[in-house]
Structures are given as structure tokens and as C-alpha cells.
Write a protein that binds this ligand. Sequence first.
Ligand code: NAD
Length: 544
Amino acid sequence: MNNGIFKIPDPVNEPVLNYAPGSPERVALRAKIEELRSRQMDIPCIIGGKEVRTGKTAVMRRPDAHGEILGVYHRAGEAEARAAVEAARDAKAEWVALPWEERAAVFLRAAELISTKYRALMNASTMLCQSKTAHQAEIDAVCEVIDFLRFNPKYMEQIYARQPENTKGEWNRAAYRPLEGFVYAVTPFNFTSIAANLPTAPAMMGNTVVWKPASTAVYSNYTLMKIYMEAGLPAGVINFLPGSGAAISDAVLASQDFAGLHFTGSTEVFRSLWKQISANLETYLGYPRIVGETGGKDFIFVDPSADLAPTVAAILRGAFEYQGQKCSAASRLYIPVSRSDEFLDALAAEIASIPMGEITDFRNFVGAVIDEAAFNNIQGYIERARASGRAQVLAGGRCDSAKGWFIEPTLILTQDPRSETMVNEIFGPVLTAYVYDDRDMEAAYRLVDSTSPYGLTGAIMATDRLRIQRALTALQNAAGNLYINDKPTGAVVGRQPFGGARASGTNDKAGSYLNLLRWASAVAIKENFAPPASWRYPFMSSED
Ligand code: NAD
């Protein structure tokens, strides 16, 4: 029943519900949170559509109440990784043969399930597992997940519609085959939406996938996997493998059918996977596609013409929402000396008023950082800054691990623009400010551009149009996502395609057709309706 040129429904961004007191969504979410807290999950691997329990379990805890156990998951090892590769191989032929609009329908159905039946479940599982507030969960685990699942099919349709030119007697076609082999998706803890996008974008394009979720996000990621299955995803198209990244990668990357890596996470892990792939290059049938979005050291540049209140709001939201654990979170701040007191005083006062605590208390703006390793790492940065003699902690700075991994939103003022908290990705609620001399703006732009190896996001706060333009030009390579008078976080699918360059990744722009193109291998088909019957050309005829 393929006789039609079908059109994917035009996507619109999923509306963000507000969870205000008394709202039906708040009542449903609270009930779901309590339901999940009252039982413990036993999460298997899912290979070829079947649950696999290895018996090698790891405990899942709430970051903001680490005494509270959410359940266990079964860790995959090399044997399960090999089985997942087999399952992906077995599922490929039928999945590829399925008309593309049927593949799209699976993900459109999953989006609908999340928008309705499973909205509260997606939010509650992400809140408890990753310590997100209701709002942070809603924009991630519901709205952005749905947007990926609705916009990507539209991009797929647009890609398939791109066809070459023809001339008389000839028909040229482009077919966008999936990659030959399987795709390995490795996802980070911090966005349930990225965990949704990395396996599903290649799958939509006809690939089969081995998916390794982050160990601290298995709880919410498993919910996604179950929803795809309910939406009709055939067995083996996406195989869910929680466990040690190193062990799973060793087995997966040794397969000759490995055709692509879809990664988001730290620069360090991405580089190690790239090296491993390079070392195995001769094993593979083709050259694997490598797509990776990695770390950031994102800036807010305050021009002397900036308005105070919107700048302070952008800084607070950009640096501290989700405890600064967004790859796009602002972590270095540049303030002009001519207005430094005004900005620093306002920031310190506001930061002191930010409510922090368990995300089950909806009044809190920030929760806990993800785990003990992150807590220790972030605390180390704050302590070293304090001890350096070249920095002051202007606000926050207290760390308390008694009940959860809590680190106060922290503002450091440094005299050294290349101190480690200005250069390294900390991935926590720590913002370092440097006061620049605004009599030499070009020097200030050069400093922002050259301080960090990353190039992910940045924001320019200014009202003077000439200065906005100068800053945009000077900082064009410093970020893949630039914001003017807005926080540098919160990219929306379809509106701000996301990704950075330099050490921040391959800039293949999640949430746009550019990303989906990476999961296709085009074939050009020429058909001749009037093939020549002789090999001789007219110019070869005998002279008159
Ligand atoms: P991470 O690098 O620690 O882990 C990412 C994934 O890689 C996880 O699934 C992890 O288990 C896996 N992994 C770890 N070692 C591995 C190995 N040797 N082989 C295979 N897999 C391995 O990152 P994280 O802590 O989950 O996430 C935070 C990082 O992600 C930050 O650096 C952040 O900037 C980055 N991030 C980037 C973007 C972006 O779009 N640029 C978005 C979100 C997060």
C-alpha cells in the first residue's frame, strides 16, 4: 500500500506545561513520582527485543537523596554486546525493506505516547534519576524528546525529496540508503532527549542500532526503550545495553559491520573512541561515520551597553539551571570594568537567594549533581580556586554530601583569565567571572575566543547594534550556537540546531536535517530511456 507520496504531519514544538500549583499536570506528576518511589525497578538489557538479565547488577540511586534506591539494572558485558551486534544485523533486512513512512510512523506514535499517556512517567523517571526539577524534566524528557521524534521524520522526508536534475531521455534518481552495517549510539546522562535522539535518528533512516546509555541515566532511558517497543519498533532495531562503556565498546567496535558512531559525552571519551575506531579501520567494511557532540566551556560576554536585569537573569539561568550540568551551561563570564561593581553585586545577591534541595520539593530551582565522582570533582575546583590566592568566592561555594550530592550555585571572581576554572569544563554549578578592560574591546574578544579549546555555545549581552555586530564577527568561531541577549542554553529542535566545533564536536547539528544526512549513504541511479545503439560517435564518420 505504497501508492502515494505521503507527507509527514508538519511538526510544531511541543508546548511546555508549567506545573503551577493546582494544575492537572502537577497533580499527575506528583502521583507518578510517589508511585515510582514506592517500588524498585529491575532493569534488563534488551537484545533483539528480548529482556536479558546478566545477574551482574548495579544499584540506581537518587542523586539528591542517595539513600533512596530506585532499583537495579543488569550490566551488559562483551558477550551481550556481541549478541546485540548480531541482533542488529538480523533485524536490518526487514527494517530497511519497510517503506520509510512506516518507519517514521513508529517514532511519531512514540512521540504521541510521550505527549499523553507517558508524560508524567517520562518526567518523574528523569526527575528521580537525574535530579531535574519539574521544569527541567518537562523541557528535556518530554518536549525535546517529542520534538526530535516529530521533526526528524520531517527532515527525513525533505532529504528523500531532494532529487537530481534530468535531461531529455534520462531519469536521475537519488536513493538514500542506510549505512551498510549498524550504528553504535553512546549517550550521556544529562539529557534524556539526547538519549532519545542518538539511537532514533539513525534508526529512522533505516539503520539498526546498538545503544549504550549512561550508567547514571539507565532508569529514565529504559522508559524510552519500553515506549519505542509499545509504539511498534521491531525487535533488534534498537538494542539497549547498559553497562561498562569500555567493555561494550571493545566488542562493538571490533565488528566488521560497525558503520557509524553517534556519540554525545565528554571530549575525552569521544577522542578515545575515535582512536579505537582508527586503530580498527581495516576491520570495517567501509569508513565509519563519526558524529560526536562533546564538552563545552561556554561564555557570556557582557558588553558595556548591556541591560542589567536581563543580563543577570540570563547568567543565573544559563549557569545554574540543572546545576550547570548542560554542555551549553555558562561557566565563564566576562564583565566590563566600567560596570563591574553593579553586575557583581547584583549577581551575588541573587545567587544567595536560589533555592536548592530535593527536586520532589517543587519550590527548588536546583537539585543535586549527578553522583559522587562529579561532586568530588566540582568541589575540588572550588577548593583550588579558594586556595589559589588569585580568586575569591563571591557567592555559594558550600558543598554538602550528607543526603545528596549538593553543591551551591557558586560565583568565583578571578584575576587570572586563564585560571583552570576559566579554561576547563567543570560540569557543575560553578561560574567564574573575569573583569575585562573595556577600553580595549578587541583584546577582550581575543581573550574570549582563545581561552578554551571548546567552541560550543556563547552569549553576547549588549544593546548597542554596532557592538553586537563587532562581537559576533570576532566570536564567530568561538561557538556553534551563539545567542544575543539570551542565555546560552535551551536550544530548541527546529529552531536552534545544536552543536559546536573545535574540541566540542563534529558540529553535525542535532535537531536538523544535517544530522540525519550523516546516517544515509546516497546512491545515484541514472536510467537511459534511449540508449545509443552504436559505440561510434558522429565525429568519427568519414570526411565528405
Ligand atoms: P561521559 O563522556 O562520561 O559519558 C558519555 C557516555 O560515554 C556514557 O554512556 C558513558 O558510559 C560512555 N563511556 C564512558 N567511557 C566510555 C568508553 N571508554 N567507551 C565507550 N563509552 C564510554 O559524559 P557524561 O558525563 O555522561 O556527560 C557529560 C559530558 O557530555 C560533558 O562533557 C558534556 O559537555 C557533554 N555533553 C555534550 C553535549 C553536546 O551536545 N555537545 C550534550 C550533552 C552533554
